[in-house]
Design a protein around this ligand. Structure first.
Ligand SMILES: Cc1cc2nc3c(=O)[nH]c(=O)nc-3n(C[C@H](O)[C@H](O)[C@H](O)COP(=O)(O)OP(=O)(O)OC[C@H]3O[C@@H](n4cnc5c(N)ncnc54)[C@H](O)[C@@H]3O)c2cc1C
Length: 242
């Protein structure tokens, strides 16, 4: 099993080609304390530079409400904000996110940065080899689906191997990949299209996005369908009855 993550050079050493795209963005990640309870709500704000997500975490041992920040930025700005004094960082975050979730009181974790790119290995199985997780498919964190996708594929692989008399047999591994690949392509396409869709400026795209978001707000079946799509689940996405 090859599970070394994206960009390690292991695939190249095995002669495995990848389809890759550099988003020219970095994700700045940290944990902040909020001045009021988040009630388990996750937020994502779409800006032309990229999405900014605020994800609820259990309260700190001191009882402060906490949230993880995943902020997509141009690499130079991510670097500057990662090095900025805490107060300036929190002020910039407040300006970018607004105060729907309360005020950002303090930083509770170091600020980390990840370069963002898409990667899909063109060859994921060979006799006695399966490439899994980010090594096989790395994606934009906009929909928070990379790890979920890796877990679904790990479960598929485990089921295929458990059913086979020879777990490393190429036929068994190809059977696994036949199931895994459509899921990978669907999630990669979604995570690749969302940031570009929200980066479009101008009156028409803004109006269309406004309508689409209002429709999601007003129509629970549509919202459930979108959530299914975002979770990488197949099938008809908009049931007719609530
Ligand atoms: C900013 C950000 C936010 C994200 N948010 C979400 C989210 O909300 N939900 C979600 O589902 N996913 C999310 N993801 C995606 C998630 O992080 C990845 O899908 C997941 O980490 C992939 O796990 P992995 O084990 O395949 O790779 P990695 O996490 O990269 O782990 C690979 C491991 O292999 C080790 N390794 C490398 N080479 C070797 C070697 N030769 N020998 C032994 N070990 C080796 C590395 O040291 C590393 O520990 C996010 C990603 C980013 C960047």
């Amino acid at each position: 099993m090859l599970a070394g993550g994206a960009g390690t050079g292991l695939l190249r050493r095995l002669g495995i080609a990848v389809d890759a795209k550099d988003y020219r963005r970095a994700a700045l990640v940290t944990v902040v304390a909020l001045d009021r309870a988040h009630r388990g709500t996750a937020w994502e704000r779409f800006a032309p530079e990229g999405p900014l997500a605020l994800l609820p975490l259990p309260d700190s041992p001191a009882g402060e409400p906490r949230a993880a920040v995943v902020w997509t930025l141009e690499p130079a700005r991510a670097e500057a904000l990662a090095a900025a004094p805490e107060e300036s960082f929190l002020a910039a975050l407040g300006q970018a996110f607004g105060h729907r979730a309360g005020r950002f009181r303090s930083l509770l974790a170091p600020r980390g940065r990840w370069p963002l790119g898409l990667q899909l290995a063109r060859e994921q199985v060979r006799s006695r080899l399966a490439v899994v997780g980010n090594a096989a498919h790395a994606l934009h964190p906009v929909a928070g689906q990379g790890f979920n996708l890796a877990l679904r594929n790990a479960a598929r692989l485990a089921a295929a191997v458990a059913e086979s008399e020879d777990p490393g047999d190429l036929g068994c591994l190809e059977g696994y990949l036949d199931e895994a690949l459509p899921d990978q392509r669907r999630v990669l396409a979604l995570s690749d299209s969302l940031p570009s869709l929200f980066a479009l400026t101008g009156a028409a795209p803004t109006l269309l996005r406004g309508f689409a978001l209002a429709a999601l707000d007003l129509a629970p079946p549509l919202r459930r369908g979108f959530a299914r799509l975002g979770s990488g689940l197949p099938g008809p996405v908009v049931p007719l009855a609530p």
